[in-house]
Design a protein around this ligand. Sequence first.
Ligand code: FAD
Length: 412
Amino acid sequence: MGKEKLNLLCCCDVAVAGGGVAGIAAALAAARQGADVVLLEKQCVLGGLATSGLVTVYLPLCDGRGNQVSYGLAEELFRLSIRYGAQRKYPRAWLEGGTKEERIAKRYEVQFNPVYFQLLAEKLLKEAGVRICYDTLVSQVIMEEEKRTGASGETAQNTEKKIEGLIVETVEGRGVIRAGCFVDATGDARLLRMAGAQVHRYEKRNILAAWYYDVSDGRLHLNMLGTVEESDCMSKERHTDEPLSSRRFGGMSWEDNSQFLQLAHEQMIFDMDRKRKENADFEAALIPAMPQLRMICRVEGEASLRSEDRERYLPDSIGMAADWRRRGYVYEIPFGCLRAPGFPNILAAGRIISVQEDMWEVSRVIPACAVTGQAAGIAAVLYSREEQIDLVKLQEYLRGQNQILHFREING
Ligand SMILES: Cc1cc2nc3c(=O)[nH]c(=O)nc-3n(C[C@H](O)[C@H](O)[C@H](O)COP(=O)(O)OP(=O)(O)OC[C@H]3O[C@@H](n4cnc5c(N)ncnc54)[C@H](O)[C@@H]3O)c2cc1C
């Protein structure tokens, strides 16, 4: 297929692929730095797993010891998700000036309504000037010719691979989006994989999940079938269930994903039948529009989030995330987690960032996705303007967008 035959749909400073929480944060952060931003989403709503996937529990912004650790867009999107009311777990102690003891007793988390979050996120992005392109599937990357950098002469060895544009499938057929810098917020590192970056799949593979909503007794109710997998470090406060099935899913196979959805649907019908018999008011309301796979693929970055860095000061931190499974585990996220070596104009955001396998549970959840999305968005703007990312500027702009970067800056 020749590039020249394709319709150029648009040129922009920053193109964000994927409109989940990470993509929303990246696009918003980039637009607020004054960039021309395009957000490409294959579905017709925003929010990804958090909304279309019906994963509507915004896990904690705090460390479980009464300190908030994730700020900036992680907090702004949290508040946005419950602007029209929380569904469950309203964190009064955090939002209405509770005492430290109250903030320790109840973590800063909430359950939100996915429909309101989808609509409010779209409104917020539009107000910031982001061009949202729904029903737009990124199917290929167009790479620039490889450039050698580093020492001059015959020994110049580092190869830089840059994306020049994205090929997208839309109602008009195939087209091209050009940008100065790209954010991969696809949830499965689609851009980075297509560009040739090194990635890691989730070797252990996912358990089956079948979360769905019903309306009973006049209220929306989330049924969390396949809640979460038991792990050694999970505190007793967190609920776990027996797995729904012994089968596991990697999320990288077309057939496997269809099987995942169909098995999940079977579980839902089974559960609905039981509940309908128990409660005459029961009505099914919403089922997920994407497979509820927690971990699929993450990039091998210039740095990785590591368990040994718990509460450690990292000079290149772009924000913090807490371990939702247990109290007192906080991590600064180094900027290198968002960059694949040799791919200067692609930033990773959300559940695909570079982490040690055992830290994926921390990086994949909604607050961490918002933190990394925000940093990726600002970094992408810097790259689109200067062809490099100055860490000092990135951190300054993050602070300007209300992010707190280091644990020691928090009044405990
Ligand atoms: C069963 C389950 C339970 C969970 N429980 C919780 C929980 O309680 N609390 C919590 O905080 N987190 C939870 N999570 C994790 C969390 O919901 C997700 O990891 C997080 O929302 C991921 O955000 P993201 O933006 O990185 O990716 P995604 O939400 O996956 O967003 C990626 C977006 O990119 C789009 N996209 C993908 N490929 C393309 C393409 N080629 N072209 C265009 N668009 C594309 C997708 O449609 C999607 O909208 C859970 C996850 C699962 C599966």
